[in-house]
Design a binder for this molecule. Sequence first.
Ligand code: BGC
Length: 739
Amino acid sequence: MKTKYIAAAIGAAFALCAQAQDAQIDRKVADLMKQMTVAEKVGQLHQLSGRQFTGPTSSAYADKLADIRAGKVGSMLNVTGVADTREIQALALQSRLKIPLLFSLDVIHGYKTVFPVPLGEAASWDMEAIELSAHIAAREAAAAGIHWTFAPMVDVARDPRWGRVMEGAGEDTYLGSQIAVARVHGFQGRKLGATDSVMATAKHFAAYGAAIAGRDYNAVDMSEQQLHEVYLPPFKAAADAGAATFMNSFNTLNGIPATGSAVLQRDILKGAWKYKGFVVSDWGSVREMVPHGYAADLSDAAVKAINAGSDMDMEGYAYTQHLEAAVKAGKVKMATLDDAVRRILTKKFELGLFDDPYRYSDAAREKAVLGDQSHRAAALDVAQKSIVLLKNENKLLPLSRDSKRIAVIGPLADSQRDLEGGWVVQGDRARVVSIVEGIRSHAGKAEISYAQACAPGCASSAGFAEAVATASRADVIVLAVGETWDMSGEAKSRTDITLPGQQEALFDALKATGKPVVVVMLAGRPLVFNTVADKADAIVYAWFPGSEGGNAVANVLFGDYNPSGKLPITFPRGVGQIPLSYAQYNTGRPVTDEKNVVYKSAYIDSVNTPRYAFGHGLSYTDFKYAGLTLSSPTMAQGQKVTLSFDLANSGKVAGTEIVQMYLRDMVSSVVRPVKELKGFQKVHLKPGETRRVSFTIDRDTLSFFNSQLKWGAEAGDFKLMIGSASDDIRLETTLKLTQ
Ligand code: BGC
């Protein structure tokens, strides 16, 4: 009891101290702003890209340097490393008011140590590992002069044609919200200003993940329900977790460019959510309101963007060229400009840049932190946790090391670049462990042979015969195929998401040898690979696993790590099913029998079910679910109930199961999806061990965005489901919510 009081007192003291610090910063910002001209204020809202993009010898680059010296720039992106950030910061300190610059960068999945791509990490469903990955990325970036990362991307994405599914946490709102919080905490720590952390950015606000037909930068059109229930909650979670900044997005949302949307930025973010950070535009998205047909010219775009709540203009040149005149002409109120400037300066004070503008640019720290080999262990850990075992016929995996001959084949088997994936900053490519290298170093007595068969992309089959000959001499084949690193990410939408090039033909040729084939697949998105799914003996989905990828894959193949990853996004059977999510609606004509779909909500050339469902992922052990209880079959508004069951490891090896809780609101004023994820737990069990697992359900768990456009839970029956995947429900019961 006593310790509880002491903890509460310490907490209260910290809160008071934080309030006092905030008040002090508010005063400093106000004092500084009193000295600023309108031009200097506008300067704080202008973000420029650094030398990497223009080249130090170009005249545009010289102009940029002059603008920095003149106090016309508030932030730079793409300047990195202690030497460069110091050099550029020194220019800003020559300006009249010596306001330091913010250095920002896309540190998406690691800086020097490359972690799995974010979609891969999401498959770990492991908040601690994800937070640590973001923390290490921040630690390395912050040691190299960076104050601010443009991550996490918290866009829900249900269309794997969209290349940027790779950068997010997949299709689910609940999982995505948890991951958003983990990443924000990882990047920022609990408070801004520590030199092993950077400011986070929740992006892209909002609904960018729903670009029509999965085509990047395309329009988005969606109901209020979808927006509030599916797409906004991860942003709200990021804001509540303290994300220092938000980035708006390229897309229009129901006809209004997100960058010019006062509903999104003023009413929702800064209004209803009381957000205190600042909003940066996406690259040139202010300017792009002209081609969208929403702004007449660049000046009109500047006015519309800032009035809508876009605080900083990234490489758009609209603010720097037109805002001062717009303020003079009364098109933008001084209070609007001041609000944007205040938000940005506040972050500069919180980071401690006014006390020491170079505090993130310390050459000794840069050397020590970027050389810190302990970071590799964390990269290996999360890479292993990210791997999803999709299929394992006759328990082919794990492979035995005893006197086996293993042929490692495939265009991605010895690739280092492809393991890193897109958005790599300073990755040490030479030290990326390829798949064949990982297998060789973990193989023990097994004999390893290798043939590439074709180059990444697999345009030619010229090397297939040699690969087949190598494979024929082995007992088991490991085939590494998939997308190359540059096939997913921004501007990498695809209409055909099957295995690129001739990789399926390569698989067929190897399968024809009669040897068992383990397919290791790399990709930044769900791919469609029906032949492989039907005929491969085992499939290991490794995403783009990062610097330690080869070791992670090898540990899984040999059973040194028992896979536990689960898909954070649905894998369709064909692009014709897209968009496809487990959280679909029942319709008035649901399919109850796949053999009779006439006049049902179905296709005549494909079943509705996905190839691999959201939440799917196998283990080398078996888990049994039993003994479901609900603390009460009814619940009144304001009460809580507990759902519990026994999870047992009934197999022969230790393993981790990610148990998933779904629910369905059976009858409501707005129809609800057939399943919604509302909880999950990662449970590690030794062979033979049983553990009771519990979930608490309260009103929030049952709430949705109702027909009055408000959050609330409606009385009635809820089906509660516990499963190993969204299509593998093991236990269920009903809860009645009373008035
Ligand atoms: C992307 C953003 C990114 C920005 C800066 C844009 O094209 O959409 O996600 O942060 O560039 O590199």
